[in-house]
Design a protein around this ligand. Structure first.
Ligand code: PEP
Ligand code: MN
Length: 352
């Protein structure tokens, strides 16, 4: 249920309504817009009559949120969620371009890649240090050592860093160092992990599971939002279909569908959704034309020798071309590519 306050409602009136919501056994989620305050009353609200709130002072209207994903729904939050990410904003006019290798392999590899993607116009750096691999015998990531290299790359370039978290045991370490926690496709429904991340204030890139519906992706986002972490980006990374010409099938429909259903920013990953470097640029352009708020793209200085996902990784020159093309599409869409701030010499950032 959402309780929309009148534009001139006083803080005391808002406080009074909040007390009533709590007394009804519901959880309060406050959304303070420029003009109106909306009080989300979340929980088993279906058997609570709306009129217990309707008569309270300062209340304009009470509406039921019909979607099962309450906090993620556009019904609850009609405007796009826009949040800052180290020098730029996600979800607004700016388009975020997150780029970097699938895995951090060495200090020189990640720093070289970070400099190249920054030069080409990326706004954030990606690099996996805990890698979810199909085989237990494949490279599993450099772990904490890799994270240190990633932090060094941020210090060199000023690019905020995005890295995948696989388990709650990594949470303290990760929130101390990264700007964005990536939750991978394989962990989209790891509800304990989602709940734990919901209790932090670190931004999240939540990837869609390869067999998950859009509705399930939104319910997973709801777990994070319900904990109080509002900085959630959704990522379409391709779904599994009967098609074998590509690694996955880019569900381009997901972009406008998600933009319609939710206020959260939508990022597209053309690297995993196609699995082939040759197709990444075309799908990246399509994503921005379809209304995506950003891209996450794998870039490697020497894809042929990458320890993971080399086949789908772009060389820096190809990535630079992609950024130029995407920039043109962005302009047509009335948007522009985000640019990031200055390099920072700080090691670690404190818990996010
Ligand atoms: C990755 O980003 O390298 C990755 C493992 O992605 P996904 O979870 O989408 O497979
Ligand atoms: Mn990868």
């Amino acid at each position: 249920m959402m309780i929309v306050m009148k534009p001139d409602a006083t803080p005391e009136q808002v406080g009074h309504v909040i007390e009533h919501v709590k007394a009804a056994g519901l959880i309060v989620h406050l959304s303070q817009g420029v003009e109106t305050t909306i009080i989300g009353a979340i929980g088993e609200a279906h058997n609570i009559p709306a009129d217990i709130f309707e008569g309270l002072d300062g209340v304009d209207v009470v509406k039921r949120i019909t979607q099962p994903f309450k906090l993620a729904s556009r019904q609850f939050h009609p405007e796009n969620s826009v949040f800052p990410l180290d020098g730029f904003t996600v979800g607004g006019r700016e388009i975020a371009i997150i780029a970097g290798p699938c895995s951090v392999e060495s200090r020189s590899q990640i720093i070289e890649t970070a400099q190249a993607v920054k030069e080409a116009g990326a706004s954030a750096l990606r690099g996996g240090v805990f890698k979810p691999r199909t085989s237990p015998y494949s490279f599993q990531g450099l772990g904490e050592e890799g994270l240190e290299y990633l932090v060094d790359a941020r210090a060199e370039t000023g690019l905020p860093i995005v890295a995948e978290i696989m388990s709650q045991t990594q949470l303290d370490l990760m929130i101390e160092h990264v700007d964005v926690l990536q939750v991978g496709a394989r962990n989209m429904q790891n509800f304990n992990l989602l709940r734990a991340i919901g209790e932090t204030q670190t931004a999240v890139l939540l990837k869609r599971g390869f067999s998950a519906t859009i509705g399930e992706l939104l319910m997973s986002a709801e777990y994070i939002l319900a904990g109080g972490n509002k900085q959630v980006m959704l990522c379409e990374r391709g779904i599994r279909t009967y098609e074998t010409a590509t690694r996955n099938t880019t569900d381009i429909n997901a972009v406008p569908v998600l933009k319609n259903l939710t206020h959260l920013p939508v990022i597209l990953d053309p690297s995993h959704s196609t699995g082939h470097a040759d197709y990444v640029s075309a799908v990246a352009r399509a994503a921005i034309a379809a209304g995506a708020d950003g891209l996450i793209i794998e870039v490697h200085p020497d894809p042929a020798h990458a320890v993971s996902d080399g086949k789908q990784s772009l060389k820096p020159e190809k990535f630079a071309e992609l950024v130029k093309q995407v920039g043109q599409i962005a302009q047509v869409m009335g948007r522009n590519l985000a640019t990031t701030g200055v390099p920072s010499p700080v090691f670690g950032r404190g818990p996010g």
